[in-house]
Design a protein around this ligand. Structure first.
Ligand code: SF4
Ligand code: SF4
Length: 348
């Protein structure tokens, strides 16, 4: 079932959702970048295509407390001070970021389940938004993602005058039902004519996608070429200018590496985790040293993981969703597209 609301009433819809549960949406910051912000009256949905940092922050925050320890003599008390999470709603998530949750789920929800991640996932309702104007750095299509049908718990489209919503899961339908129960005049059920308009909008988006420079980029199944690619001489050339800054990993919706550290405040020890990057020279540093001595090895690890190791472990699913963030943020203009094209050339 599909619903609609006039675009001019979008604020009313946001207020109605925020009355049900905490609502986060992309808004423009002072630097003109879209960032997820908690909705307050008057907050305007960003018109940018994608947020600076991805929606993975909601489930896997950059810094997260895990537990506390208190010592009394020889006794160590472990304090799990997690509060029960409230339900929350993430609005305006693009199709690429919606797919990134599948990539993260495969890691964090696999046995043993990461309960910090699981709790946030369970409490979230994902409201996606079709990309009205996909951009030149987008290549989600390469990984079978449809920017015009973004998925999630409720998928949405915006046209010049109308906002459309389609609940896809029980959670999404429950939110739609709650909105209707609170205000019977908020959402209007779509008829066949309106559904045809949405179909027309998806076709319009598909036509834009077909004209994008990366539309023809193909994701090769490289699972059988693991050793050959690992030994490729191309890594040296590809990584020769990499600064090891980690920007590509921090903006990436599917990167999932973290470090666990302890902070002793004198009374208790706070254990927390924070994002880490396989591009850093001290990543997975052990007493015996680091397993990857050069930037070339670290660079190779990042892309082998996204394009070969992860698909090998997860039925061919790539650990890249073509969001294009790394294309925009790498200071030396190196990115996964150049890596994919180079590896393909080598095969040919
Ligand atoms: S590797 Fe780049 S394009 Fe792919 S998901 Fe990560 S940031 Fe997006
Ligand atoms: S953003 Fe570019 S320079 Fe920085 S670590 Fe990634 S590939 Fe290297």
């Amino acid at each position: 079932m599909m619903y609609q609301i006039p675009m001019e009433s979008l604020d009313r819809l946001l207020a109605a959702i925020a009355a049900q549960q905490k609502l986060y949406l992309p808004t423009d910051n002072t630097a003109g970048e879209a960032v997820y912000t908690e909705w307050t009256q008057g907050a305007a949905l960003s018109k940018k295509l994608n947020t600076l940092r991805s929606a993975k922050d909601f489930f896997f925050p950059q810094i997260q407390n895990m537990a506390k320890f208190r010592r009394e003599g020889k006794k160590i008390e472990v304090i799990d001070d997690r509060a029960e999470a409230d339900d929350f709603c993430i609005f305006g998530v693009r199709a690429c970021d919606v797919r990134s949750f599948d990539v993260l789920d495969n890691v964090f929800l696999a046995d043993p389940v990461d309960t910090w991640y699981e709790t946030r996932r369970k409490h979230a309702t994902v409201i996606s938004l079709a990309c009205t104007r996909p951009g030149e750095t987008c290549f989600c299509h390469t990984f079978g993602i449809d920017a015009a049908k973004a998925g999630g718990d409720i998928q949405c489209w915006e046209t010049k005058d109308t906002f459309y919503l389609e609940p896809l899961t029980e959670k999404g339908q429950a939110l739609a039902d709650a909105l209707i129960a609170a205000d019977g005049e908020l959402l209007t059920q779509c008829g066949a004519d309106q559904e045809a308009l949405v179909e027309k909008e998806t076709e319009r988006i598909h036509k834009i996608l077909e004209k994008l420079p990366l539309y023809d980029l193909k994701a090769e199944d490289n699972r059988e070429r693991e050793l050959e690619l690992f030994r490729s001489k191309k890594w040296k050339e590809l990584s020769s200018h990499c600064l090891g800054c980690g920007a590509c990993t921090f903006v990436c919706p599917t990167c999932q590496c973290f470090d666990i550290e302890d902070f002793n405040n004198g009374e208790t020890v706070q254990r927390y985790r924070c994002w880490d990057s396989c591009m850093y020279h001290d990543f997975t540093l052990m007493a015996a040293g680091t397993p990857r001595l050069t930037q070339t090895e670290r660079f190779r690890q990042r892309f082998m993981h996204k394009l070969v190791y992860y698909p090998k472990a997860h039925d061919g699913l790539f650990s890249c969703v073509g969001c294009g963030r790394c294309l925009r943020k790498c200071p030396i203009h190196m990115n996964i597209v150049k890596v994919m094209e180079t590896l393909k050339e080598e095969k040919e």
